[in-house]
Write a protein that binds this ligand. Structure first.
Ligand code: AP5
Ligand code: MG
Length: 214
């Protein structure tokens, strides 16, 4: 099954994609995580992406399309994948369609996670991420047992460079103008299901699972 989790920054795409990946045994493909890994490794791509991401703008389409193409060609994605943060523009959605159709595949379901803007800002500013395993926490909603340390692997928790209020506002603006139109784009194919993304994580996960089956 090939799934897309769509939603604004902070909607819970990463949180829910990790749970789904575990449950379904297919990988989460997050272009944001891949770009952050490139920034950390200091590759030419990472150097190009870093300033763009810190401004809250979108990295050029051809770069993220290439990242998706390479990652989705790996053996563990042969049985499907969960896309988190890709596609983000109509150009990316068209490229995704072409790549999948060449493989005789299609997008089976798009789950759009809805959360009000004020809540998104609070979530993002309070988010902490593990440097080692990328597990996510929130200082209030889901704090780690030991401050600053990952429950799962003991790694150091840090705040993403783009998780400050000014950048979040820009990311939200970019989402509304460039990515939200993808809901209508996929709605034409009848594959979109909208799920409210507010409240505890587990019931949202259950609603997403139900939306995938529906
Ligand atoms: P990306 O990494 O994709 O970030 P994003 O879309 O801005 O989304 P986030 O990761 O901030 O939020 P999320 O929906 O994953 O929420 P999460 O589960 O973490 O992209 C970053 C940048 O990379 C982009 O701005 C762009 O520059 C570039 N980029 C990436 N992909 C690209 C592409 N395809 N094209 C071009 N550029 C691209 O949850 C957020 C917080 O809330 C966490 O602290 C979590 O613990 C908490 N939380 C989760 N669920 C709940 C809940 N139900 N209640 C309370 N708190 C919750
Ligand atoms: Mg994310």
């Amino acid at each position: 099954m090939n799934l897309i989790l769509l939603g604004p920054p902070g909607a819970g795409k990463g949180t829910q994609a990790k749970l789904l990946a575990e449950r379904r045994g297919i990988p989460q493909i997050s272009t944001g995580d891949m770009l952050r890994a490139a920034v950390k490794a200091g590759t030419p791509l990472g150097r190009e992406a870093q300033a763009i991401m810190e401004r809250g703008e979108l990295v050029p389409d051809e770069i993220v399309i290439g990242l998706f193409h390479d990652r989705s060609s790996q053996a563990d994605a042969a049985g499907g994948f969960i896309l988190d943060g890709f596609p983000r523009t109509v150009t990316q959605a068209e490229a995704l369609r072409k790549i999948l159709s060449e493989r005789g595949r299609r997008i089976d379901r798009v789950v759009s996670i809805d959360v009000a803007e004020d809540e998104l800002v609070g979530r993002i500013v309070g988010r902490r991420t593990c440097r080692s395993c990328q597990a996510m926490y929130h200082v209030k909603a889901s704090p780690p047992k030991v401050a600053g340390r990952c429950d799962r692997c003991g790694g150091e928790l840090h705040q993403r460079a783009d998780d400050n209020e000014d950048t979040v506002r820009e990311r939200l603006r970019v989402y509304r103008s460039q990515t939200e139109p993808l809901i209508a784009y996929y709605d034409r194919e009848g594959v979109v299901r909208r799920v409210p993304g507010t409240g505890p994580i587990e019931p949202i996960f259950a609603a997403i699972r139900a939306a995938i089956e529906a």
